[in-house]
Design a protein. Sequence first.
Length: 115
Amino acid sequence: MKLEDIAKITIDEVSAELEKIQKLDEIRSDIISVDESPANVVENDDKPTIKPEFKDESVNSEIIFLKNLKERIGVLFEGLNSSDNSNMELKLDLTIKFLEFALANIEHRLTNLSK
């Protein structure tokens, strides 16, 4: 199997994983918006507070995302360090595309966490 094939498979896996995570984030944000409605606010000492219910799930989701990203970056470096120095321009192009993709996904997740 060529490096290009491995990179394409890896990118497809990352895309599928990110789509699943984005769907979970959307569902989680919908659930959180429902939980933040006035009916779900608990009052203590005249100060409204919102029940944190999904903190553990979001932490687990981030851990899974980071582990998968670490694994894919490791595969990328193994491919770049291979003894076959042919097609270096193609390897560099695939690497740049993967890094752009990973950076965009990290930025997206950071904006979701800050909400």
